[in-house]
Write a protein that binds this ligand. Structure first.
Ligand code: ADP
Ligand code: MG
Length: 616
């Protein structure tokens, strides 16, 4: 509880005791009434102040105004106790709301409490604690057991277990040793690690996650905007309706003035749309929080809403459905050419490429790459690379690249991605590499189908044979092969046209960024994925597991269900009490009870969205 909540609680208790005391006292008439003013001001002075300020600012129709008019009106009519008690109840409700909002904020903050305060850096042989902002790329930092990794980097010494739960929701610790990549935000559990940083603190995983979560509340869902607009129109309407109830019947001689004025005031109290206004954003907030517990970062409630209506999921192949680490299966050199020479030239030509294919070829090459031997290296997206190595022009890529440069090539009987290599315009042979599908890829497709996603489509720049093999293995509904990055956008647009629901695109690479923006919901792989993809995406999967897509959809649907329940429930009860109040059946007590009660139930329901365990 905050300090403010504590003082408010004391105010409520003190005034409730006073009300009870005055009620039970033998006092009656004016004296009693004046005494009621004491608890009334203790518990309600801030509401009255806000109401007055609101009127001066021209924002007349807010809940403070409604409460002030209703209670002052009741007291003016001689219902001192009622006016006072209504204010006490209202404040109890407010207290509960602020507590619930604070709690959900805090639990998200706690989950996101992954920001490290310092980094240990070795300077002149001694260990110094510095601000993580001061650490440069390439510095070596020391992470002791029990500390959080402050900055992304690569382990240069030590072995340990990392607790990644805060980032990925994965409870099994990850083993790391020399050469392993570590991301910031994980907790180092067992051994001392020396880590060479690969990013600045501001660009590290932790900073990026915090930024995403902080900005998430700015992107409002359609439903949320609807509620805000609804409240803006609704409040003046009920206020005038209340006025009509108070004035019209007595004017027409249908009853006594005080009676109808009280009904009008009761009507006003009931009309407060607090439960609705507060519980809808809170539900989205809970959904985003619940998702991030599973390692799914959602950049705004609008994306959660869009995700709940997804019926088509389009995947990139490499790095998304497959690991993106290729093994060299075979090297088929032309007669008279040494296979090792082919691999060496290919590895050099790929020296400056970060494509998963390039990385794998360099890995397969046992020698060291001498950058002085390379000149004029260029990469053609979706085709391959070309470079001058030792004054030889080397081309490495697919058949399209070969044809584009007028080089010869021939097919291979093996299934796999084929890297043709041409040296000085003549065909030198090809390297066959194979990618491995991710462990959970098949399960991911199965779960998506089970969740009611009708079409799962794979897009790839790879060969038809490879695409078909992967699609059959994973149970995909459709695939398109041999696509250039530009073709992917076009394919997605075509699928968008024929889709009834929303389309989600899942990708990892730099060349996926345009498609990620084009889709209704763009989902990026967070750990392996490129920064451009993470930037362009609406949802980021921290652990790169495609099976998390189905989970994300389930979280989104659950959140939307809760949002709808709250809307229907809050409006339903409101309408019911409004009708009762108009007919004089509900008194002001019931009205406030109804309002506080609905708000409390709606808030409790909203908090369910945060419970991610039920989604797993
Ligand atoms: P995907 O759609 O599977 O993610 P890309 O669009 O990145 O694949 O690439 C499509 C094809 O282009 C690859 O299968 C490969 O044949 C060729 N290619 C792309 N980049 C390279 C590279 N750096 N070296 C060799 N071939 C490449
Ligand atoms: Mg790719």
């Amino acid at each position: 509880m905050t300090k403010k909540q504590k003082t408010n609680l004391i105010r409520v208790i003190v005034s409730a005791v006073l009300v009870a005391g005055i009620w039970l006292s033998p006092l009656t008439g004016w004296l009693e009434g004046v005494l009621y003013l004491l608890p009334y001001f203790i518990v309600g002075y801030d509401i009255l102040l806000k109401a007055v300020k609101g009127i001066f600012r021209g924002q007349v129709f807010d809940e403070n105004f409604l409460m002030a008019v209703a209670t002052v009106g009741a007291m003016a009519l001689g219902d001192w106790r009622e006016g006072c008690a209504v204010m006490v109840f209202y404040q109890v409700g407010e207290l509960f709301q602020s507590y619930a909002v604070g709690k959900s904020r805090k639990s998200i903050a706690a989950m996101m409490d992954i920001a490290p305060d310092y980094a240990n850096i070795e300077r002149d042989g001694a260990l110094a604690q510095v601000d993580p902002d001061e650490v440069r790329i390439g510095d070596v930092i020391v992470v002791k057991p029990g500390e959080r990794v402050p900055i992304d980097g690569i382990v240069v010494e030590g072995t340990s277990q990392l607790d990644t739960a805060a980032l990925t929701g994965e409870s099994v610790p990850r083993h790391v040793e020399e050469g392993a990549e570590v991301i910031s935000g994980c907790i180092n559990m067992t051994g001392v690690l020396r880590v060479r940083t690969t990013k600045l603190f501001g660009a590290s995983t932790v900073s990026r996650i915090l930024e995403l979560v902080e900005n998430a509340s700015e992107k409002k869902a359609r439903t949320e905007n609807f509620i805000t607009r609804f409240a803006r129109v609704y409040t003046p309407i009920v206020t005038f309706a209340a006025l009509a109830i108070a004035i019209a019947p007595p004017l027409l001689g249908m009853g006594a003035w005080p009676d109808w004025i009280l009904r009008g005031l009761t009507f006003l109290v009931v009309s407060c749309p607090c439960a609705l206004v507060i519980s809808v954003p809170l539900s989205f907030f809970g959904g985003i929080g619940g998702a991030s517990k599973l390692g799914i970062l959602v950049k705004g409630s609008n994306y959660l809403e869009a995700l709940s209506e997804v019926d088509t999921v389009v995947f990139d192949k490499t790095g998304t459905l497959t690991n993106g680490t290729f093994n060299v299966v075979a090297i088929h050199a032309q007669d008279g050419v040494d296979p090792d020479y082919v691999l060496s030239m290919a590895a050099h030509a790929e020296a400056f490429s970060n494509h998963p294919i390039a990385i794998s070829v360099k890995e397969a090459y046992s020698g060291t790459i001498d950058q002085a031997r390379i000149a004029q290296a260029t990469e053609e997206s979706g085709h391959g690379v070309s470079a001058k190595v030792d004054e030889h022009v080397v081309l490495v890529g697919n058949d399209r690249l070969m044809s584009a440069h007028g080089s010869d090539w021939h097919d291979c009987e093996l299934t796999g991605t084929i890297l043709h290599v041409a040296i000085d315009g003549s065909y030198a042979g090809h390297i066959v590499i194979a990618d491995v599908v991710k462990d959970d890829a098949e399960q991911a497709i199965r779960e998506l189908h089970a969740a009611g996603v009708e079409r799962c489509v794979m897009l790839t720049g790879d060969r038809e044979e490879v695409a078909r093999a992967v699609a059959t293995k994973l149970g995909l509904d459709e695939y398109r092969a041999q696509l250039l990055p530009g073709d992917k956008v076009e394919q997605v647009e075509r699928i968008l046209d024929s889709a009834r629901g929303n389309l989600a695109f899942v990708g990892d690479g730099i060349n996926d960024a345009p498609v990620l923006t084009r889709a209704d919901v763009g989902i990026a792989m967070g750990a392996m994925g490129s920064d451009a993809a993470i930037e362009a995406a609406d949802i980021v999967l921290m652990d790169d597991k495609p099976s998390n897509i189905a989970r994300a959809i389930r979280v989104a649907r659950k959140t939307m269900r809760i949002v709808r329940q709250n809307i229907v429930f809050a409006i339903g009860v409101k309408v019911l009490i409004l009708v009762l109040a108009a007919f004089g059946i509900a008194n002001m007590w019931l009205a406030v009870f109804g309002d506080v009660g609905v708000a409390v139930i709606a808030i409790l329901n909203a908090m369910r969205a945060m419970n991610a365990r039920s989604i797993r």
